[in-house]
Design a protein around this ligand. Structure first.
Ligand SMILES: *[C@@H]1O[C@H](CO)[C@@H](O)[C@H](O)[C@H]1NC(C)=O
Ligand SMILES: *[C@@H]1O[C@H](CO)[C@@H](O)[C@H](O)[C@H]1NC(C)=O
Ligand SMILES: *[C@@H]1O[C@H](CO)[C@@H](O)[C@H](O)[C@H]1NC(C)=O
Ligand SMILES: *[C@@H]1O[C@H](CO)[C@@H](O)[C@H](O)[C@H]1NC(C)=O
Ligand SMILES: *[C@@H]1O[C@H](CO)[C@@H](O)[C@H](O)[C@H]1NC(C)=O
Ligand SMILES: *[C@@H]1O[C@H](CO)[C@@H](O)[C@H](O)[C@H]1NC(C)=O
Ligand SMILES: *[C@@H]1O[C@H](CO)[C@@H](O)[C@H](O)[C@H]1NC(C)=O
Ligand SMILES: *[C@@H]1O[C@H](CO)[C@@H](O)[C@H](O)[C@H]1NC(C)=O
Ligand SMILES: *[C@@H]1O[C@H](CO)[C@@H](O)[C@H](O)[C@H]1NC(C)=O
Ligand SMILES: *[C@@H]1O[C@H](CO)[C@@H](O)[C@H](O)[C@H]1NC(C)=O
Ligand SMILES: *[C@@H]1O[C@H](CO)[C@@H](O)[C@H](O)[C@H]1NC(C)=O
Ligand SMILES: *[C@@H]1O[C@H](CO)[C@@H](O)[C@H](O)[C@H]1NC(C)=O
Length: 421
């Protein structure tokens, strides 16, 4: 049904181990001649095989004259996926099976068939069969962007290592050519930031941004004081600095980082409580964070069970509206009637893309006598920090004791000495 065609391109070739390394371009077209997959890539194979009981390695590249096999297809609706099958030599083939999920497409499965009877690649091989190896999800990009990865990407399978490099690839094409926008692989983005070693802060430099260059992390947020009144008076009392850290895809395919400090006097708060749950809603400009506290009745402890975050991302974001929620958390825990306190920064993970960082937090939920914090339960991080001075103090006290004992023994001896003389 689908017609496939291979295109070759002459390139500056590099000789390595006697084989030719070159990137080649391949296209898959549907029955009407519309291009749906373009792949421009260099593929390097390393295969371990047996030769009279001995291990041998075959090393070769995907040749430029590899052909787009007839099994290649653009897929049809929801019944079959696009697939690119590249054949070369005596029955070897590399297949890239694509799939689409939400706004992304990926190489869902990579399959490599190799024919051990081919003596030109597998010299003196004693096994003669065609072998198959495969690997799940190796490449992912946003629909409407080309995937670009100049860096080498290694895919390790049983007896076979495949290395992709200088890859430009796109599936689900609508326009017959590569899209202008691209999704760059993480490996390339790391090497881009490595070239600009100007930011010593490890916080923002980890997620490279295009413009402006990674800036130093913002100062700690100011501490805000928030409370919620329930049927029986104050049921949430929270003092904390609040910072949001959101990682998001940008229109140019790169990743952006949104670090936002809540400014307490511009933050409005509200909430509600019942016997076993309490909500604190904080709104700062277009950003809202909802804290959901719960009661563990068996242990008589309150804890943060959930966080909902919604915000509007900078205009460079691919999707401006951001929402994240997690309702299976277990943080900021203390006994009812006491308060939870932490001077150290705590990073509350909402989703893999969203962190709520709290600073200098003191919080009490459900039972708050006299609208004031009860006894303090310090967080582990603070206790660990306090442990150092305690250890140093204990060591000093021990030293003083040893000196004192030594002095007393010495005095007793000299005293005894006087008596004998
Ligand atoms: C596949 O698509 C057809 C038409 O678009 C639809 O009728 C059918 O229910 C779909 N099947 C599945 C499994 O989604
Ligand atoms: C494997 O290679 C041998 C030797 O080149 C060839 O005769 C055979 O047809 C190949 N097998 C396949 C499935 O292509
Ligand atoms: C294949 O085996 C022959 C005979 O043992 C040997 O001379 C030759 O070097 C081997 N070739 C390779 C590529 O290992
Ligand atoms: C990558 O491939 C392109 C063509 O597809 C070629 O022009 C370029 O020189 C290659 N770059 C490297 C580093 O191999
Ligand atoms: C198709 O590609 C051309 C050239 O890259 C571009 O100018 C045009 O906007 C594209 N059209 C669509 C619908 O993406
Ligand atoms: C923000 O989140 C990213 C990704 O999770 C992380 O690498 C970075 O260290 C975080 N920065 C801050 C200041 O929390
Ligand atoms: C490509 O990126 C530009 C700039 O980020 C954006 O304006 C444009 O809408 C994007 N095009 C597509 C098709 O996503
Ligand atoms: C905070 O609110 C004040 C007025 O209450 C306003 O002047 C100021 O611009 C606001 N700051 C921010 C960052 O929204
Ligand atoms: C309020 O106090 C009453 C009486 O002590 C108690 O029965 C009820 O559960 C309390 N309600 C809340 C929301 O704490
Ligand atoms: C209450 O705490 C206990 C002990 O930590 C735990 O086993 C139990 O699952 C908790 N219950 C709820 C509802 O969180
Ligand atoms: C938090 O988000 C989840 C998922 O979107 C939603 O089910 C839940 O009602 C939200 N909670 C609040 C308090 O808005
Ligand atoms: C709760 O907040 C209101 C408004 O800021 C404030 O007037 C009140 O004193 C607070 N109550 C407590 C117990 O902090």
């Amino acid at each position: 049904m689908a017609r496939a065609q291979g295109a070759r391109r002459l390139l500056a070739a590099a000789a390595l181990l006697g084989f030719l390394q070159a990137s080649s371009s391949f296209e898959v077209k549907d029955s009407s001649g519309k291009v749906c997959i373009i792949a421009d890539l260099t593929v390097d194979f390393s295969v371990e095989y047996k030769s009279r009981g001995q291990k041998e390695f075959a090393h070769f590249f995907l040749p430029q004259n590899a052909t787009v096999e007839p099994q290649s297809s653009c897929g049809s609706g929801n019944t079959s996926h696009p697939i690119l099958v590249l054949g070369f030599g005596a029955g070897h083939s590399l297949s890239l099976n694509f799939s689409e999920l939400a706004d992304k497409y990926q190489v869902e499965e990579l399959v490599f068939h190799y024919n051990l009877s081919d003596a030109t690649l597998f010299h003196n091989s004693t096994a003669g069969e065609v072998k198959r190896v495969s690997h799940k999800t190796i490449i992912q990009a946003y629909v409407g962007t080309k995937y670009r990865c100049i860096s080498s990407k290694h895919v390790n399978m049983k007896n076979v290592n495949i290395t992709f490099s200088n890859v430009t690839l796109e599936a689900y094409l609508t326009n017959g050519t590569f899209s202008m926008n691209k999704t760059e692989c993480a490996e390339d983005m790391v090497s881009t930031t490595a070239v600009a070693p100007t930011t010593p802060k490890q916080t923002t430099s980890q997620v490279p941004t295009t413009s402006p260059a990674p800036t130093a992390s913002p100062p700690n947020p100011a501490v805000g004081k928030y409370n919620v009144t329930g049927p029986n008076g104050t049921c949430v009392l929270a003092y904390m600095g609040l910072q949001l850290n959101i990682t998001y895809p940008k229109k140019d395919g790169k990743m952006g980082l949104d670090l936002l400090n809540f400014i307490p006097h511009n933050t409005t708060f509200s909430g509600r409580c019942d016997n076993t749950s309490a909500f604190l809603n904080l709104t700062f400009e277009k950003t809202r964070v909802i804290f959901h506290f719960a009661l563990n009745a068996s242990t008589e402890k309150f804890f943060l069970q959930g966080l909902n975050v919604s915000t509007t991302l900078p205009s460079e974001a691919k999707v401006p509206k951001f929402e994240a929620s997690n309702n299976s958390m277990s943080d900021l825990r203390a006994t009812v009637g006491n308060s939870y306190k932490c001077s150290a920064e705590e990073n509350l993970q909402v989703t893999k893309d969203a962190l709520v960082n709290v600073f200098d937090v003191q919080i009490q939920v459900f039972k708050i006598d006299g609208d004031k914090f009860g006894a303090v339960e310090e967080c582990q991080l603070d206790e660990n920090n306090m442990l150092i001075p305690i250890i140093v103090g204990a060591a000093l006290a021990g030293l003083v004791l040893i000196v004192l004992i030594a002095y007393l023994i010495g005095r007793k001896r000299s005293h005894a000495g006087y008596q004998t003389i």
